[in-house]
Design a protein around this ligand. Structure first.
Ligand code: NCD
Length: 377
C-alpha cells in the first residue's frame, strides 16, 4: 500500500485508499473472480494462485508451438495480434523481464510502447497512480506492469474495474509478493529438464523472505503431487508464514534449513539461487550475502546428471564466478532467459485468445512435414 502514490492531497488520498481497502477485504476468491472473464478464462495474469496444471500445460504447448512456428513461418505469428497494443509500464528497474516481454509482443505482432521513467510522466505533476493507470488504459488493450508495491497487481485489477475498458493486465513483478510470469518460465524450464515435477525436490537458496520469484514459484510447485521444498536461508530471511501455510495446505513437504547449502545439491532435483532483495531493506546492496549460500564448483560436482541449477537473475555473488566458464547442460541460467521470452509469448497468446490458433497451425505444419518426409522415402 505504502508504495502506491495516491496523489498530493491527503484527504483525497485517504478516500481512494479506503475504497481500495474495501476491495481487498472482499478476499482472495473475489479477487480471483475479478481476474476471470464470464467463461472462467483468466483475463489478467497477476497471481500464481490463479493457475492450474491445465493452464500451465496450455501455455507450455502454445509456447512450444510458437517456438517451432517461428522457425518455419514467423509471419504467421506476426499477423496474429497486429491490431492489439500493449503498454510496458516498468517504473521499477528491469532488464530481462522488460526485454523478454517486449520481444514476445513483437513476435506476436503486438504494437508496443513503454513508460519506465516516471520523471517524464504526469506523476511528476502530482497525478495519482490511479489516474495514471486509467489514462494509460485508454490507449491500449494490455498493460505489463512492474512495480515495487506488494499490492500493485491487486491495485491494477481494482483500478480497471472502475473502467469499462476490457484491458488485460500482466504482472511483471509486484514488490516482494508476486512474479507470476517468472514462475511460469521457471516451471516450464524445470519440466523441460526433469519431466513431471510430481515427487521432485526443489531447494530455494538465498532470500526466501523477500523473493517474489520464490513466493510465486513455490505456489506453482504446490500444484504437483509429493513435492518437497527446502528453503535454505538464515533465520532472518526464512520463508514467510503465509507462503509456508499456503503450500503446506496443498501437500508440499517443507524443510527449513539455516546451515547453508551443504550436501543438498547431491540429492535435490532443482537448485534455485536468489540474490538478497536489499532494495526492500535499508538500501541498495547494504546487506552481506551469506558465504555458506554461495553455490560452488564443488556443489556442481555433487549434482546428479539429471538435476539442474537455476537463478532468475540478475546474479551477484550467489554463484562462484568460475561456473560462468563451465559449459554444463545442467546450468540453466542462460537457457531460462530464452524460455522467458517464449513462455511470455505463450502466456500473452493465451490471454489474447490466439493460443488455439497457434497450436492448430503447428499441428497442420507438422502433418505437412510428416507427409513430405514419407513421400521422399
Ligand atoms: C527477479 C525479480 O525482479 O524479482 N528478476 C527477474 O525478473 N528475472 C529477481 C531479482 O531481481 O532478484
Amino acid at each position: 500500500m505504502d508504495k502506491i502514490y495516491w496523489g498530493a492531497d491527503a484527504g483525497l488520498a485517504a478516500y481512494h485508499r479506503s475504497r481500495f481497502e474495501e476491495f481487498l477485504t472482499a478476499g482472495p476468491e473475489a479477487f480471483e473472480k475479478a481476474c476471470r472473464d464470464e467463461n472462467g478464462r483468466l483475463k489478467h495474469i497477476v497471481s500464481a494462485e490463479h493457475f492450474s496444471l491445465d493452464l500451465l500445460k496450455t501455455i507450455r504447448d502454445t509456447t512450444n508451438a510458437a517456438r517451432r512456428i517461428s522457425k518455419m513461418d514467423p509471419d504467421f505469428l506476426k499477423g496474429l495480434l497486429r491490431h492489439k497494443s500493449v503498454l510496458n509500464y516498468f517504473p521499477q528497474p528491469s532488464t530481462r523481464t522488460f526485454l523478454s516481454f517486449s520481444r514476445a509482443e513483437s513476435k506476436l505482432g503486438i504494437q508496443r510502447e513503454e513508460v519506465r521513467d516516471l520523471k517524464t510522466s504526469s506523476t511528476a505533476k502530482g497525478e495519482s497512480d490511479l489516474d495514471a493507470l486509467r489514462t494509460q488504459s485508454s490507449f491500449y488493450e494490455g498493460m505489463v506492469v512492474r512495480h515495487p508495491s506488494d499490492l500493485y497487481g491487486h491495485f491494477t485489477v481494482w483500478a480497471m474495474q472502475n473502467s469499462r475498458r476490457p484491458l488485460h493486465i500482466f504482472n511483471a513483478g509486484s514488490g516482494t509478493k508476486e512474479h507470476p510470469t517468472q514462475a511460469i518460465l521457471d516451471h516450464y524450464t524445470m519440466e523441460e529438464s526433469l519431466g513431471t515435477l510430481d515427487g521432485k525436490t526443489i531447494a530455494f537458496y538465498g532470500d526466501c523472505l523477500r523473493s517474489r520469484v520464490i513466493h510465486s514459484g513455490a505456489r506453482l510447485l504446490a500444484l504437483h503431487k509429493d513435492v518437497t521444498i527446502y528453503f535454505v536461508a538464515p533465520d532472518s530471511l526464512q520463508i514467510d508464514t503465509e507462503t509456508e501455510e499456503y503450500i503446506t495446505r496443498r501437500g508440499v513437504t517443507v524443510r527449513k534449513i539455516n546451515t547453508g547449502i551443504g550436501e543438498l545439491p547431491a540429492f535435490v532435483d532443482v537448485n534455485y539461487m536468489t540474490r538478497l532483495q536489499d532494495e526492500y531493506g535499508a538500501g541498495s546492496q547494504s546487506e552481506k550475502y551469506p558465504a555458506d549460500l554461495v553455490f560452488t564448483k564443488d556443489h556442481l560436482r555433487m549434482m546428479s546428471e539429471t538435476s539442474i541449477l537455476m537463478h532468475p537473475m540478475p546474479k551477484r555473488e550467489e554463484i562462484e564466478p568460475c561456473l560462468d566458464y563451465i559449459d554444463d547442460k545442467r546450468i540453466m541460467l542462460w537457457r531460462a532467459q530464452r524460455n522467458g521470452m517464449w513462455t511470455r509469448a505463450g502466456t500473452m497468446a493465451y490471454v489474447f485468445g490466439v493460443d488455439e490458433q497457434i497450436r492448430d497451425k503447428y499441428a497442420s505444419l507438422e502433418t505437412r512435414i510428416t507427409k513430405m518426409m514419407k513421400q521422399r522415402k
